[in-house]
Design a protein around this ligand. Structure first.
Ligand code: DC
Length: 229
């Protein structure tokens, strides 16, 4: 069967990667975590002193952005890991701090243009499930199947909090909720490709459904769409 591209967009911590990874596994497609790419840019900027808690040295970052090469590799447990210029940065990019940094660098047009270029190249041969904020609107506007995921901020904060706790992070639920709200605000109000639902995306609120129900819904939708083609 001819492969298609699948776009999964939505707010932070609403389970985009769970549904995207599940679909990719089920269909034998390649999963690409576009948020990891923004996180890798944030790490690159922090490490080189172009981003502090309060400021971004845009000129410095812009000058060096062509030096960034982001790739993904599957580890021995079958999990995908992010590489920045050949270095495995998977663990480092998952912190709350780098998540915030990613949200900040993702407002910069030159960062978005470079990452969108790399993402479109990854999807050229189709068979890609990519999750992010602008996949259905900017990266793959012609994707045959677009999902827009939502869940309440409280449910999303609880999920993120559980994840961080499991990793031993000392943050509180209140801090996590505040962070979720702050990122929602920035992701939806930025001028460059703000998070919004593509006109032809199918919306799913997963606040009160299980991971399995969500995956089954996506598989059923995929079958329906590819049958119509
Ligand atoms: O999905 P995530 O939490 O790993 O994404 C980190 C940040 O990157 C998020 O705050 C918004 C930004 N992002 C984006 O602007 N566009 C994308 N396609 C993916 C992520």
């Amino acid at each position: 069967m001819e492969k298609i591209n699948i776009a999964v967009d939505g707010f932070s911590s609403c389970g985009k990667s769970t549904i995207a990874k599940g679909l990719a596994k089920e269909l034998g497609y390649t999963y690409i975590d576009s948020g990891a790419m923004y996180r890798a840019v944030a790490l690159f900027a922090c490490r080189n002193g172009w981003m502090t808690d309060t400021e971004i040295n845009e000129a410095g970052l812009q000058k060096h952005i062509p030096e960034i090469e982001i790739s993904f590799e599957t580890n021995s447990e079958g999990q995908q890991e992010t590489y920045l210029n050949g270095e495995n940065v998977e663990k480092e990019i998952r912190s709350l701090e780098i998540g915030n940094g990613a949200s900040r660098v993702s407002t910069l047009g030159f960062v978005r243009r470079e990452l969108v270029r790399q993402q479109q190249a990854m999807g050229k041969k189709k068979g890609v499930v990519m999750d992010g904020r602008d996949i259905g609107t900017v990266v793959f506007p012609d994707a045959e199947f677009k999902i827009f995921l939502t869940a309440t901020p409280e449910v999303r904060a609880q999920r993120r909090f559980d994840e961080l706790q499991a990793k031993g992070s000392p943050v509180s639920y209140e801090e996590t909720l505040a962070n979720v709200r702050e990122r929602d605000e920035r992701d939806t109000t930025r001028t460059e490709s703000p998070l919004r639902k593509a006109a032809d995306a199918i919306e799913l609120d997963n606040s009160h459904i299980s991971i399995n129900e969500q995956l089954q819904w996506a598989i059923d939708m995929f079958n329906k769409i590819t049958k119509q083609k």
